[in-house]
Design a protein around this ligand. Sequence first.
Ligand code: ADP
Ligand code: MG
Length: 314
Amino acid sequence: MTKKAVVVALGGNAILRHQEMGTAEEQFANVRRTSMNIVKIIREGYAVAVTHGNGPQVGDILLRNEMAKDTLPPMPLDICGAESQGMIGYMLQQSLNKALRSVGLDFPVVTVLTQTVVDADDPAFGNPTKPIGPFYTAMQARRLMDEKGWKMVHIRGRGYRRVVPSPRPIALVEGEAITRLVRDGMVVIAAGGGGIPVVAGPGGSLRGVEGVVDKDYTAALLARLIGADDLLILTDVEYVFLNYGCPGQQALREMTVAEAKQHLAATHFPPGSMGPKIEAAIRFLEDGGRRVVITSLDSAGDALAGRVGTWIHR
Ligand code: ADP
Ligand code: MG
């Protein structure tokens, strides 16, 4: 590829913010702002593949399924994941097209519904940890555990919630398609929500599984796959910090892989939030990536130019 390429991994706040209800208008408004930030990166001369989280959206889809279950058959998690990729892809495509045109650029924008291959023997399947969907009462939880074999956890003061396995991504089924589209100069939205987890069966068949792949790990895989130079992880903090939220909190301007590993071991980056981003960064760089930048959505342009954000390199 002649152009520099970057994978932009969007966090939850790029589509929905904490205090919001999740109306279509709210989500569109956020996605428009996100799109303006992505266009800044495209204007810096990068070929861009975008990936994103889907937690709140898939949560709402699951709740809708649950509430309508006496009228319509509920869909399994893999199909709900596909639905969320479609709705977010639609909002991003429309908004990115408009944002590009507003600065006189005219790249095709396309969403690729993406399946992520995971290992059927991944230890995560024996130890579901990722909470998803609505909260249930103790009675509902018992029924769902009996009827569907779901694993549930109790969260104090809120009720019971389903937990699913979070296996590591191995490959993207649509990887070749995504790579060609990026090489062809298209802005590609792919692997939303970490991709729909599937396991390989006999004769090249695939089967969707009940689980959630961490979007940060899939972003690292996607970045290596398309031969990206950079991985840009956009979240709701401008920097990665040491002693985050504690006395002595300190913003990191840059760190090496070795330093990232040290800080990770010293538990500066908790699982479920900053931990997966740092692990994804380490993985991408050890596999040959050039640099990773972690910063807030609105600092995207400035971060790639080196003005803000946490830079991680080999
Ligand atoms: P996303 O949707 O972008 O993946 P997450 O909530 O999973 O967002 O991760 C970002 C959050 O990680 C921040 O809002 C912050 O509260 C939290 N966080 C935990 N540890 C750190 C740290 N060491 N430095 C910065 N942020 C941290
Ligand atoms: Mg996250």
